[in-house]
Design a protein around this ligand. Structure first.
Ligand code: TYD
Ligand code: MG
Length: 493
């Protein structure tokens, strides 16, 4: 709006129009942080509805323009360095929780900032107070700042966890400038936990606490502190499904590593996963068990995930998987039942929906199985989420076993990728999978043909070249080889 248009207006209105046009309004999506000049119902960047909030002129850290009339600052000369040079291995400090170290890639890196995301109540505060206590016990300075709970609450939890004697320094504080001033005093802390970043606010930004701009500004200030001081800072971030609170999404690209703490509410297992990691791999997982005495590290997750097996019931198959560098056996459960609906249900927990659709399509197209009249449910036991394509064969075995009402051998593990042609493709690290299965007392493995050479193990190995062969075997096992169920109208018998 130009000032010229205000010329014909009465004096007070004219002044107001000019003032309005001078004040630059910014609407910031609270979901992804995209900024717009005017309000709109839907964010074009992330597609979220109704997420715009008007924020001050300062749309982000460093966005504040120099005051008009002031001469631009002369730049300071920084020393440039050659790319080739001594590459120091990032100095790491073991946190005292080996499962956390496994996920971060070997420990806490000096001056790095981690974001720990997860649903409310999943155990983020518990994990971090345990990590802080473990570190404090080894003689390092660890500070835990809670913006959500009072010091007494944090202390009470620590006492319940048996960590009352650890020398963790606590504060209930939300003002970032005060926190940084406090941390800058005395010996530099080795670990600073900020629980949570959504509760923090900084003077440098004039938006309301909890907005994306405040979250970003606070994170920026804390990151600057970490880089300057060499302390490792862990920020806790809540993830809400409806994006009501400023999501930590915007913080994700600012930090060095993003960890996500996951688990099904009803299960006691908790999985720590690296979503992003500048200093290590992103495929490692840490496994914890939530007990009455806090989080217990699970050094051998396969044992845990297989501890509640329904031996001898149809529809379950043990998948020999790999998570990062660690083999992991987990039970895949399937239920295939006649549907009462026009469109049969396809529900899956812990696995990819489209992967299930693909396996079902292959079973229909290449194995003569009709599933159009059946509901299909697939579940990965223990609340684990599997992303490996190697789980195809185990999922298919569980599905066919349920449909045929034919239990799979209890001492067998399954792995292999199923291609659209119905062939079973080899997968990486077969030897490690077999070794883990043998260690846990399994006697047989059903796996792709092409990995024959690798399969030097004490297990009896069944090679499957095509999914149709496996279907035939399972159907034949049914009730000692009596007639196959009606859904198996296989042409070749
Ligand atoms: P908390 O760490 O407060 O979760 P977050 O910080 O992610 O919101 O954990 C809360 C849940 O953990 C709560 O439901 C109770 C459970 N819990 C235990 O089962 N045992 C324990 O020893 C503790 C401390 C918590
Ligand atoms: Mg908490």
């Amino acid at each position: 709006m130009g000032f010229g248009r205000a010329r014909g207006l009465s004096e007070p209105i004219r002044e107001r129009v000019i003032a309005m046009s001078k004040r630059h309004q910014t609407f910031v999506c609270q979901n992804c942080g995209a900024a717009y000049g005017r309000w709109q119902g839907k964010c074009e960047a992330c597609g979220e509805w109704n997420s715009m909030v008007e924020e001050g002129t300062d749309t982000g850290v460093g966005a504040r323009p120099a005051a008009p009339g002031r001469a631009p600052r002369k730049g300071r000369i920084v020393a440039l360095e050659a790319l080739a040079g001594e590459a120091h291995e990032a100095p790491r400090l073991p946190s005292g929780l080996p499962e956390l170290d496994r996920v971060t890639g070997g420990g806490l890196v000096r001056g790095s900032v981690l974001l720990l995301g997860g649903d409310p109540g999943i155990g983020k505060s518990t994990l971090l107070i345990q990590a802080a206590a473990a570190l404090a016990r080894t003689g390092h300075r660890a500070v835990y700042i809670s913006g959500e709970e009072a010091v007494a609450q944090v202390r009470m939890r620590a006492e319940r966890l048996g960590l009352g004697d650890a020398k963790v320094e606590l504060a209930a504080e939300t003002a970032v400038e005060d926190i940084i001033a406090t941390l800058s005093q005395g010996k530099t802390p080795r670990l600073v936990v900020i629980d949570s970043i959504q509760t923090m606010w900084t003077d440098g930004v004039d938006s309301a606490p909890g907005t994306v701009t405040q979250v970003r500004g606070s994170a920026q200030a804390l990151i600057r502190f970490a880089k300057r001081s060499g302390a490792t800072v862990i920020l806790v971030g809540h993830v809400t499904k409806d994006g009501q609170i400023a999501g930590p999404r915007v913080v994700e690209h600012m930090v060095d590593a993003v960890l996500s703490f996951e688990g099904e509410g009803s299960h006691q297992f908790r999985i720590l996963r690296a979503v992003k990691n500048r200093f290590g791999p992103t495929d490692e997982i840490g496994v914890f068990e939530m007990t009455g005495l806090g989080l217990r590290e699970v050094a051998n997750p396969s044992e845990l995930f297989l501890s509640e097996r329904d031996l001898g019931s149809p529809g379950t198959a043990v998948f020999a998987g790999i998570e990062g560098t660690r083999p992991l056996l987990v039970e895949i459960q399937a239920l295939v039942a006649p549907t009462s609906l026009g469109t049969p249900r396809r529900a899956v927990v812990g696995w990819d929906q489209s992967r299930l659709a693909m396996v079902l399509a292959v079973l229909e197209a290449h194995c003569g199985i009709r599933l159009g009249g059946h509901d299909v449910y697939l579940n990965v036991a223990g609340g684990l989420r599997i992303v490996e394509p190697a789980a195809d064969l185990a999922a298919a075995a569980a599905l066919v076993s349920s449909l045929a009402n034919s239990p799979l051998p209890a001492d067998a593990v399954y792995f292999g990728e199923v291609s659209l042609s119905g062939a079973v493709r080899p997968v990486a690290q077969a030897a490690a999978r077999l070794k883990e299965a043998q260690k846990l007392g399994f006697n047989r493995a059903v796996m792709p043909e092409a990995v024959r050479d690798e399969a030097q193990s004490g297990l009896a190995v069944t090679m499957v070249g095509a999914l149709v062969n496996l279907v035939g075997d399972i159907a034949a096992r049914r009730n000692g080889g009596r007639e196959p169920p009606r859904s198996f109208d296989r042409e070749d018998g």
